[in-house]
Design a protein around this ligand. Structure first.
Ligand code: NAG
Ligand code: NAG
Ligand code: NAG
Ligand code: NAG
Length: 828
């Protein structure tokens, strides 16, 4: 089977693919360039209960005091003498679980360490789990600036990658030769086996060294720190731009670009961080670049060093990068994360009633799965207290600043509200405020026909698709709000960093509703989501798919919208709302894709078990856009942890598919044990704010002090949904599969006292992620050698222990030996 849509590297695009073509015609797929890599910290750890519980404090101790005391103990004598830390403002207590999630950022000599994080999960005076990547080398071993011999890690990674490509080519040629085939260099059979590796190389490995012209360019200009910031930034842009002519021109004529840059320095009022510099006129960007000096840890010969870097936030048309480039020549790029995962005054027109939408209702994944019907605006007082079509004047970005001074709410009659701004974006530009939206009038009936017709050519196909824009935007707005509301109820609320224009005084940063572009003109056959830190709008771009005649509109496939929005969820929950850099590449980035597939699949599933492909309708391909449908059947979906070693699994989408498959199996185990709930929506709160248990939660229990314990979803699918979200909050920044697995198990410990400990392990182990699973020699993009472990912890074995494992939903497979056969995708 040919892999139709292989993964893009790091973007949270659905498939990282787009192409122009006539309707229904198969086309070679072009992809949005994205880069991402960074150092692994060999000292980073994640420890979770029940293996480590530190409980030196009284139950009622302030969790922040517990955290400070614990950090003191953890770091004493092990960090440089001038190491300090700050508890980040985006730390919060989860009202559902009572767990306080605390994020500490390290500072050395007063300078922020970009990858120095401790995340602590505290409840009842105990640290229930924590992750720690603080810089720990004793001071004399680590110069405060870079060691003079700091190699370019970027070129090291790229060297490893080209070695890997070469060795796979050689192996493949030998194999074909041994089978008696004539071997043609560069032939499809040799190249197919390389999966995404050549693309990853092409994107990431341009300009691994800064050209010498860049260094000498500074001689022509007045030297200042700003000049160096400009050089570092230009050096990053050479690697980041998808325009090779521009990259070459920047390399050949750097002065031309450096001269045009303008710098504004903003000192923050407290003076406790280095100033932020705003850099304008940066080529290929759509907004000024934010820059700040900081440290980043990176290893040289196994020892971690602090490197002085410029940290840049660079917004481009298709990417939104956070990057770290050494602040001195030769300006090496140390780390890159792409946060993009792939008016006129309104006329007052007060609505008379809540809205009605003609849409594919929640749970109908796409037009192949059911019919459109009329559904009502479905807000509850908890998730959306003012409904979906209301926004405070003060937080309405469509209003000029004078009008924002008004008190109260503006009620809209179009697809503009506190959670979602949905509209067309045919031009594919970054404009959004004045883009077209359907207006339903005071009666708020969003009813629009959807009957697209076949056409003869691609131009007509576009015209035909655009005729249905009202129905499409209505669907996108509806799905976006449904997702906002459901994630809210499982704990993606204001303090956890959710997306809302106004936060109702419930904490967190506001003014960040999701901008949702329907029929975005910047591509085809894909979707993507950009997640900047809390307080800045998320941006979701949905595309048309030219895979069928008439074109299919991704906005109508709920699974795609859910997948995209889930990038916002996982990015904000992992490592805290203010840190968008925790799911950048490799296994972490892959899980960023996997959670979206898992949640989308969970949302569409019903009590009759079924296998589900991803994106099958939009892609017009029964098996969907992943390698396999999600299935408990090993023949239909054979993915295990070790699958990640295969060349086709370099790249976040393929890694994500393995993670989603493992979660699917674990979830089926939970359903076998606890049953299935037909709705994933918890009951709406009563007038007094109390949430009724209904048939959704278990009866409320009280702890020894008479305090209500957190509400526990009663059924397997709802419980797993909750554990997956709680796990995201508990896991460290840049988690591995092991960390994320342990965090889900720790989340169960916190929520149910660990009653599912063995069941969860059984599920993970059935796909190779048992306690002794291992990986050796990881690289930023994938690779390494993984060892599956199909066993469960000893306490879950035999029947003398207190907890017996339930049978796995699938028979435990025999470990598959490394299988060369499977490395030939075209033979499947
Ligand atoms: C406008 O919205 C606010 C907040 O939801 C609500 O209290 C008010 O009744 C609405 N006004 C009208 C005319 O519907
Ligand atoms: C979409 O709805 C608007 C009213 O909101 C209407 O004026 C317009 O003609 C509709 N567009 C199409 C393509 O049907
Ligand atoms: C499950 O299958 C049964 C028997 O085919 C059917 O009656 C029922 O409606 C199905 N339930 C759902 C939720 O699809
Ligand atoms: C798994 O799928 C294969 C291929 O479709 C099928 O032959 C087999 O019966 C399935 N096994 C189970 C247990 O359903």
């Amino acid at each position: 089977m040919r892999r139709l849509l292989v993964a893009s590297l790091l973007a949270a695009g659905l498939a990282g693919a787009f192409a122009h073509s006539t309707p229904g015609e198969h086309q070679e797929i072009r992809r949005r360039k994205t880069i991402g890599f960074g150092p692994t910290n060999p000292h980073a750890v994640y420890r979770s209960s029940p293996s480590v519980v530190i409980n030196n404090f009284g139950r009622n101790e302030d969790p922040y005091d517990v955290a400070r005391a614990f950090i003191q103990e953890l770091t004493a004598g092990r960090v440089p003498a001038d190491s300090t830390y700050k508890i980040r403002q985006d730390s919060y207590t989860d009202s559902r679980t009572g767990v306080t999630h605390i994020y500490a950022r390290q500072y050395v000599a007063g300078v922020e360490v970009l990858n120095g994080d401790i995340n602590l999960n505290v409840r009842d005076g105990a640290i229930i789990s924590y992750g720690d990547s603080f810089f720990k080398e004793p001071k004399d071993a680590s110069l405060q600036a870079a060691p003079p011999t700091l190699p370019s890690l970027h070129s090291e990674y790229c060297q490893q990658l080209s070695d890997e490509i070469q060795s796979r080519r050689d192996k493949q040629r030998q194999l074909l030769f041994a089978q008696g085939n004539q071997v043609v260099m560069g032939s499809k059979h040799v190249e197919d086996n390389l999966g995404d590796l050549p693309t990853i190389h092409k994107w990431n490995c341009d300009y691994v060294q800064a050209p010498s012209s860049l260094m000498s360019a500074a001689d022509d200009l007045d030297f200042s720190e700003e000049t160096e910031a400009g050089q570092a930034l230009l050096r990053f842009m050479m690697s980041a731009t998808s325009n090779p002519e521009l990259a070459d021109d920047m390399a050949q004529n750097p002065s031309k670009y450096l001269e045009k840059l303008s710098f504004t320095v903003e000192h923050n009022i407290l003076g406790d961080d280095l100033p932020t510099v705003t850099i304008r006129n940066v080529p290929d960007t759509v907004n000024p670049v934010k820059a700040r000096m900081a440290f980043i840890q990176a290893p040289v010969d196994g020892t971690n060093y602090l490197n002085f870097v410029w940290k840049f936030e660079v917004e481009m048309e298709h990417n939104w990068y956070e990057s770290a480039v050494t602040a001195y020549p030769p300006f090496n790029i140390i780390s890159v994360v792409d946060w993009a995962s792939d008016s006129p005054l309104p006329v007052p027109n007060e609505p008379e009633s809540s809205a009605v939408y003609q849409v594919y209702p929640w749970g109908v994944n796409d037009p192949d799965c059911g019919e459109r019907s009329e559904v009502e605006e479905n807000f509850d007082d908890l998730s959306s207290p003012i409904g979906w079509h209301s926004i405070p004047y003060a937080h309405d970005p469509s209003l000029p600043s004078e009008l924002r001074k008004q008190k109260g709410y503006r009620n809209t009659t179009d697809t503009w509200g506190n959670n979602v701004f949905a509209h067309e974006n045919w031009e594919g530009r970054n404009n959004w405020i004045e883009n077209f939206r359907p207006s339903a009038g005071r009666k708020m009936r969003f009813r629009y026909p959807y009957r697209p017709q076949r056409t003869d050519n691609s131009q007509d196909a576009m015209i035909e698709a655009k005729k249905h824009i009202n129905a499409t935007i209505t669907q996108l707005f509806y799905t976006g709000n449904m997702i906002h509301d459901i994630y809210y109820r499982y704990g993606f609320d204001e303090v956890a960093g959710n997306f809302q224009a106004y936060n109702f005084g419930r904490g967190g940063q506001e003014d960040d509703a999701v901008i949702m572009n329907a029929q975005d003109g910047s591509g085809f056959n894909n979707a993507n989501f950009m997640t900047p830190p809390d307080g800045q709008n998320g941006r979701c771009r949905m595309y048309l798919w030219n895979t069928a005649n008439p074109y299919r509109d991704g906005d109508l496939e709920a699974g795609i919208v859910i997948h995209e929005y889930s990038h916002g969820l996982s990015t904000r929950l992992t490592g805290g709302p203010a840190n968008s850099g925790c799911l950048g590449w490799g296994e972490s980035g892959g899980m960023g894709e996997g959670w979206g597939d898992f949640l989308a699949t969970t949302i569409r599933s019903n009590s009759n078990y079924s296998d589900y492909p991803m994106g099958a309708w939009a892609a017009n391909k029964e098996s969907g856009i992943r390698n396999f449908p999600y299935s408990t059947n090993l023949t239909i979906n054979p993915s295990t942890y070790k699958t990640l070693d295969k060349p086709g699994y370099w790249g976040v989408h393929a890694i994500g598919e393995v993670w989603a498959q493992i979660l699917w199996i674990v979830s089926q185990g939970a359903i076998a044990k606890h049953g299935f709930s037909d709705t994933l929506y918890p009951p709406k709160p009563e007038a007094n704010g109390r949430i009724p248990e209904g048939d959704f939660y278990r009866p409320v229990e009280h702890d020894a002090n008479g305090k209500e314990k957190p509400l526990v979803p009663k059924h397997g699918n709802t419980l797993m949904f909750q554990l997956v979200l709680n796990g995201m909050k508990m896991q460290p920044c840049r988690p591995s599969f092991f960390d994320a697995r342990d965090a889900i198990i720790a989340a169960d410990q916190a929520l149910t006292g660990g009653e599912n400990y063995c069941d969860l392990w059984t599920g993970f182990a059935s796909r190779g992620l048992g306690p002794d699973a291992r990986v050796d020699g990881r690289t930023p993009w994938g690779g390494g050698v993984r060892t599956n472990d199909y066993s469960v912890p000893s306490t879950c074995r035999g029947d003398d222990g207190p907890q017996k494992p339930i049978p796995a939903p699938t028979p435990t497979p025999k470990p598959t030996p490394p299988d060369d056969d499977d490395d030939f995708p075209w033979r499947r």
